[in-house]
Design a protein around this ligand. Structure first.
Ligand code: ATP
Ligand code: MG
Length: 447
């Protein structure tokens, strides 16, 4: 009667994060959140869908993202033009203006979540990917630029990641870029034969982006192009020098990369990238920059801003490449039971163990049935639990449970304990250090 159904699979370039990888993601997110908190940054959550116009205006029309990467659609209910957010800054800045968040002074903010870009999927480049980002709104000096960079360094340290280096540049202000742009266009026009089709198309719309090209045939040309750094005025130079001074004083290593211009239009002055050689072509794990003109562009009061975004998938890859062990999920107690009365007791004991701050997994039935004691004990062993609690008809009759250590090397001991004393007994075993492998930290037992 039932015909074979075709399997449904995930959208190309959009990944599942499976339980085996979840501990690594948790480790990354917890570490990042505590680093951000240690610098006084507060969490902000904005919607995944925004008006298309928000991104077009913020990111700039002649950019990879707006030209070809956005998931845009018309809301069939009301005709609104909407887009799945390709990055986080536009939404955060919109929220800051909409809720007047910066009225009582500058704000340090962070966010995390999925972003969507219609790219060609490949290693380190996906259509849904996760970013962790920070935005500092209302600060104008190089001090906050240095703080954001040093915050990243602390995160790499806390995660045990070396092999990430810092590239730094200043792209000045609009006027300075305008003067550079005129010379740049003239330079490229004089070398028009070397330009590829994309570069030709960008020549008059956004020539700065040509410097970003990954086309090997154009590398010599862009290397010898007029450098934006040479066009910076006094204020921009002073800002850049100020930043470098703070970084030097704090032993932050960096290289100035005059070709670093960043893909988004809204940046000015400081731009930076954290790059690794361990991930192949997609080696940028974090990118950031100053965007002083952006808030005014959105109709807000002129307010400076700077931020960065990290690609979490790339950082997880890097953690794996550096051999960060993915701790298997473990519990404290696995509850084995046989018979209806025993099952009821196991439910009650499970709740009491969790009340005491322990993690307890209750054996539950599958289509193959509840399973024999033997097969349940196999599950208990496989769960990584420190103890199995065994309840059968004899235990129910005697008002006891059997507690068995699953991690003792010398022959696994089994102890009969009165039902009402079982929680105290297990907590004593764990806190008392009888279970040497156990991570005591997550036991919060309050007698
Ligand atoms: P790229 O030059 O690699 O396309 P980008 O300039 O588009 O990068 P940003 O918009 O600055 O990247 O995003 C910040 C970070 O987010 C990147 O450095 C990267 O780590 C990550 N990232 C960007 N796009 C993707 C993607 N499609 N898949 C996975 N991670 C991404
Ligand atoms: Mg890109």
């Amino acid at each position: 009667m039932s015909e074979k159904k075709e399997k449904i699979v995930a959208i190309k370039g959009m990944n599942d994060i499976l339980p085996a990888d979840a501990p690594l993601w948790e480790l990354f997110e917890n570490t990042a959140e505590s680093v951000l908190k240690s610098y006084g940054y507060q969490k902000i959550v904005t919607p995944i869908v925004e008006e298309t116009g928000l991104f077009a205006r913020a990111i700039g029309a002649v950019t990879d993202i707006v030209e070809k990467e956005m998931y845009s659609f018309t809301d069939s209910m009301n005709g609104d033009q909407l887009t799945l957010r390709p990055e986080g800054t536009a939404g955060v800045v919109r929220a800051v203006i909409e809720h007047n968040l910066a009225y009582d002074g500058p704000k340090r903010l962070w966010y995390k979540g999925p972003m969507f870009r219609h790219e060609r999927p490949q290693r380190g480049r996906y259509r849904q990917f996760f970013q962790f980002g920070a935005e500092a709104i209302g600060f104008s000096g190089p001090d906050i630029d240095a703080e954001l960079i040093m915050l990243c360094r602390r995160l790499w340290d806390d995660l045990g990641l070396d092999n990430i280096r810092l590239e730094l540049n200043s792209i000045g202000n609009a006027e300075e870029r305008q003067r550079h742009r005129a010379d740049l266009i003239a330079y490229f026009e004089a070398n028009i034969d070397v330009l590829d089709a994309e570069a030709k198309r960008r020549l008059h719309a956004n020539p700065l982006r040509i410097l970003d090209t990954k086309n090997p045939a154009m590398q010599d040309l862009v290397n010898a192009a007029p450098k934006l750094l040479d066009y910076l005025g006094g204020e921009s130079l002073a800002h850049f020098e100020g930043l470098k001074q703070i970084l030097d004083a704090n032993n932050v290593q960096y290289t100035v990369n005059p070709r670093l211009v960043r893909g988004l239009d809204y940046y000015n002055r400081t731009v930076f990238e954290w790059v690794t050689d361990l991930l192949g072509a997609q080696g940028t794990v974090c990118a950031g920059g100053r965007y002083d003109p952006l808030i005014e562009t959105f109709g807000g009061k002129p307010t400076p801003g700077i931020g960065f975004a990290m690609g979490i998938e790339r950082l997880i890859e890097l953690m794996k490449a550096q051999g960060e062990p993915a701790e298997p999920a473990q519990c404290d107690v696995y509850l084995v039971h046989q018979g209806e009365d025993a099952q009821m007791k196991a439910f009650i004991l499970g709740e009491r163990l969790r009340d005491a701050g322990l993690d307890a997994v209750l054996h539950c039935a599958t289509p193959a049935g509840a399973g024999s004691f033997k097969s349940q004990m196999k599950k208990a062993d496989g769960s990584g639990a420190a103890f199995a609690v065994i309840i059968g008809a004899d235990e129910v009759a005697g008002g006891v449970v059997a507690v068995k250590s699953l991690r003792e090397a010398e022959g696994q001991q089994q102890t009969s304990v009165p039902f009402d004393e079982a929680v105290d007994f297990i907590v004593d075993q764990i806190v008392g250090g009888h279970d040497h492998d156990h991570d005591h930290e997550h036991v919060h037992y309050h007698p």
